[in-house]
Design a protein around this ligand. Sequence first.
Ligand code: LRH
Ligand code: MN
Length: 382
Amino acid sequence: MMELTEIKEKIKNFKVEVPSWGFGKSGTRFHAFHIPGEARNVYEKIDDAAFVNKITDAVSAVAIHIPWDKVEDYKALKEYAEEKGLKIGAVNPNYFEDEDYLFGSLSNFNLEIRQKAIDQTFECIEIMKQTNSKILSMWIPDGSNYPGQIDFNKSFELLEDSLKQITKHLEKDMTMLLEYKFFEPAFYSTLLFDWGTSYILSKELGKNVKTLVDLGHHPQGTNIEYIVSLLSQKKKLGGFHFNSRKYADDDLTVGSLNPYELFLIFVELNKFFDLSAESQNQKISLVLDQSHNVKPKIPAVVQSLNNLQITYAKSLLVDYEKLKQAQQNHDVVEAEEILKEAYETDVRGILREVRQEKGLPEDTIKYVNECDEYWKMVRERD
Ligand code: LRH
Ligand code: MN
């Protein structure tokens, strides 16, 4: 059983990347409502991430999305973030908005369009060099809407070939993450639809290529914690997009829906990773990926970090030795009770102590709501 002092140390060093797009305008296909205080450009998104980090000290970097966060001078962007105590994190190429990608991007039957998508990715690798980012985070929505529309095998082959060309461009300390998603925007087939397709490609493409698990990208009833455990065991789990959902890819606040599932995922992660160690960031990329359609952006991100800290703390309370014993003894009830004991423990007191010791606000959400600097920013942006 981990000592409380060690648990507090780990929580103090636990950090996740926040998505630039989590602070900007976002919505559904029906509408994107204006939320007071939403960031209007990448610099305001970095300002907001820095504000969140100032009160939580739980932000490692800002993930950027290209071309949403396109700027003239990426070196200046990196320096701007560093001035604010942050790094530029994962670089996300956008393969879902260019008109030419109607019938796919990296798997498009048309060579010119495939080359365009490959060149766009090379541009993102250049951006990584200028921003000192080490993670190329690829979500490839290519697929089909109707039976017969594509040749599954030809398309997969074309995707594989494109990724091979891209992998060759990666510098040796760079990692490519393949994010799978079982549907949307394609509604009949998606080439990279599950952990298996991502795993197959990551195995074929080499050690710099790993899988990324987005919590909203699985069919209902999927045992995500087992997928996480298996990919970790096979050394192919490269990263996470944290959020929660009730139905599909809802991109809701992590921990809002199904917090026990999130806890079970952290229990598996702890077996393979020390999530609090700076060095781990190279091994596994922990990123929030949410769109705050009804919540004010900054409070929503602060709430998300709270939920992740609470979940991580509970997962550190698990007596892993006793659990292994119960599993070996087929003591099913005892095994579950060991997990429940940790999960049902109220760790908010530990978090308040940690924040006190770090000189941070104990109640971060209350702090934002009473923060003049925050409300001044909201007024100025409206
Ligand atoms: C796709 C996704 C992907 C991002 C986008 C904002 O659903 O999860 O990670 O590019 O959301
Ligand atoms: Mn995602």
